[in-house]
Design a protein around this ligand. Structure first.
Ligand code: HEC
Ligand code: HEC
Ligand code: HEC
Ligand code: HEC
Length: 447
């Protein structure tokens, strides 16, 4: 992750999510950009008596200052603006595009981009990733929602996107933070200068920053789940994205080469004077082989092993098989990816029903730490995922009252060493990360 992100992550100490109710409405719903509901633009949400209050309202259910949070602190508000900066100009020029801010490929992720017929008169592309890019075109729900008579369920029925549902939220975020069948940051776009992307659902929800507060009132209105469950579901959906790309006839390759963004970037992008290859048990690949980015496979295997041991074993075997297949042929790779997709689909259902309580949190905290101590996170991408995972788990434990302030602080202090070790990808040294994991292991309270 970039240093900037490392800093933001480090300053995030508390995740505002805690489990009480775990049944959410599984609404089969299209992404906001795919639905036909007309988008009205950020201005229609930003009135001072709507979501544009400068400070949170005391007597209201919701904060009502969401617009101010978004416009002042949320990078999504600047997502369109960055398409005018030097880096974007360079990317556009390298790709032979007239401009970044008019190119569909850039706007699909850097703005709220519904189909042209779903853009209302007040819609503005310059809003960037505005409210409706996540909450869905407001044309049908705006009225009933202002009238104050509608509950969340009514809003959902009228086209509001179910951002509370962790699976749907993960699909939404990852449609831009990884890409999907219709928009994708390929290695060509990376090569033109686009930054590398990383994502973890629970952490990114918190550092966006969240413009909602999970309090007693929120729990009455909406289903809430704890950060560990959010992390688990996020990992599964993220891995599903990678596997879908691997099985996609259009996205899995580029000419005679495989699509390189699906691989570990740093397998190729590191100086040769720094000879650093190390064997990793879960991959069983020799040196000199480009490895698929398996950070999410590793995290998911750790989670699955805790929740349902046999699935954990199947995922372990399936990971080795997929890595082997990637050294054989595109067809074998796609077949192995399909097999893994079936396991992932079962895990999504499993995690949605599992409550992730004390024993899971404790086991996952030590599980991730132990794997780190064993040197499983030799590559940067996995160390980065592990760091975000640990912060999600530690914060969820704090939120659930499983650790006190002092214990929490002690763990977060050692976790900061993991953030330091992963602050700059080019400078990543696995030894420093292993050392941080050893220290964290000592800081874990033993009951
Ligand atoms: C699949 C979605 C997607 C597409 C397509 C995409 N981007 Fe991005 N872009 C992102 C995301 C997500 C980030 C933030 C990455 C992060 O920080 O984790 C980003 C970050 C950036 C940044 C860095 C912004 C900053 O604050 O420093 C620039 C510049 C950029 N993109 C330009 C472009 C241009 C130009 C195009 C078109 C050629 C493009 N992007 C296409 C999703 C996308
Ligand atoms: C990048 C995605 C994203 C964007 C952009 C976004 N939101 Fe949200 N919003 C969320 C998520 C995730 C939640 C939490 C889940 C939920 O309560 O629906 C949320 C929750 C909310 C809530 C519910 C708070 C509660 O207590 O129930 C309101 C109100 C809200 N957002 C308003 C806005 C407004 C207004 C904007 C634009 C200024 C906006 N959001 C932009 C993702 C987004
Ligand atoms: C329509 C595309 C889109 C969607 C949907 C989306 N994002 Fe983003 N996100 C972006 C882009 C583009 C950027 C980079 C903006 C910039 O740097 O100016 C970004 C940046 C971010 C950042 C800042 C990262 C950094 O490097 O500091 C966070 C955090 C984030 N998004 C979280 C989320 C979460 C959580 C969700 C889902 C609830 C989500 N995003 C949904 C496009 C999207
Ligand atoms: C199989 C090896 C391989 C993998 C894996 C790989 N790349 Fe590359 N990358 C290359 C090559 C080769 C080039 C072209 C180098 C050149 O033009 O000098 C390149 C170029 C780039 C450039 C442009 C560098 C420049 O000097 O302008 C960027 C940025 C980049 N890659 C990012 C990534 C990211 C991010 C990932 C992972 C998501 C990734 N690459 C994965 C081999 C790889």
């Amino acid at each position: 992750m970039t240093r900037r992100l490392g800093m933001t992550l480090r300053s995030f100490l508390v995740v505002g999510l805690f489990a009480s109710v775990l049944a959410w409405a599984a609404v089969g719903q299209q992404l906001p950009s795919q639905s036909k509901d007309v988008h009205l633009g950020v201005a229609s949400c930003a009135g001072s008596t709507c979501h544009g209050a400068v400070t949170p309202w005391k007597d209201a259910n919701v904060q009502q200052n969401e617009y101010v949070t978004w416009t002042r602190q949320d990078k999504h508000a600047k997502a369109f603006e960055v398409l005018h900066n030097e880096r974007s100009k360079r990317i556009a020029a390298n790709l032979g595009l007239p401009n970044a801010h008019t190119a569909k490929i850039c706007l699909d992720c850097h703005a709220d981009s519904p189909a042209p017929e779903a853009r209302g008169r007040t819609y503005q592309v310059s809003d960037g990733v505005g409210c409706e890019a996540c909450h869905g075109g407001a044309v049908r729900w705006l009225g009933i929602h202002i009238s104050g008579t509608a509950g969340h369920a009514d809003n959902l029925k009228n086209g509001m996107y179910p951002t509370t549902d962790p699976v749907k939220r993960a699909e939404l975020c990852l449609s831009c933070h990884f890409g999907n069948e219709t928009k994708f940051v390929t290695h060509r776009i990376m090569g033109a200068g686009h930054p590398r992307m990383s994502f973890e659902l629970d952490t990114f929800t918190a550092i966006q920053p969240a413009h909602f507060v999970v309090d007693a009132d929120y729990r009455k209105r909406k289903p809430v789940l704890n950060g560990v469950q959010t992390w688990a579901i996020g990992q599964a959906i993220q891995l599903r994205g990678l596997l879908e790309a691997l099985t996609s006839p259009t996205r899995s390759h580029d000419g005679i080469f495989p699509e390189l963004v699906l691989f570990d970037c740093h397998a190729c992008h590191h100086p040769m004077s720094n000879v650093r290859w190390q064997r990793r048990e879960s991959a069983k690949l020799g040196p000199g082989i480009i490895r698929l980015n398996d950070a999410n496979m590793i995290m998911l295997r750790i989670i699955a092993t805790q929740v349902d041991e046999p699935s954990g074993q199947r995922l372990r075997d399936s990971t080795v098989k997929l890595h082997q297949a990637s050294t054989q042929s595109p067809q074998q790779t796609a077949d192995a990816a399909k097999e893994m997709l079936a396991i992932v689909a079962q895990l999504v259902d499993r995690f949605a029903k599992h409550t992730f309580e004390r024993k899971d949190m404790e086991a996952l905290l030590s599980g991730v730490t132990q794997e780190g101590m064993k040197g499983e996170f030799v590559d940067y991408a996995t160390a980065e995922q592990a760091t975000m995972a640990l912060s999600a788990i530690i914060n969820a434990m704090k939120q659930s009252g499983l650790v006190n302030d002092a214990q929490h602080k002690k763990m977060i202090n050692t976790l900061n060493e993991a953030y330091d070790a992963t602050a700059k990808d080019e400078a990543y040294r696995p030894e420093a990360f292993v050392a941080a994991m050893r220290k964290l292991n000592e800081a874990i309270p033993r009951s």
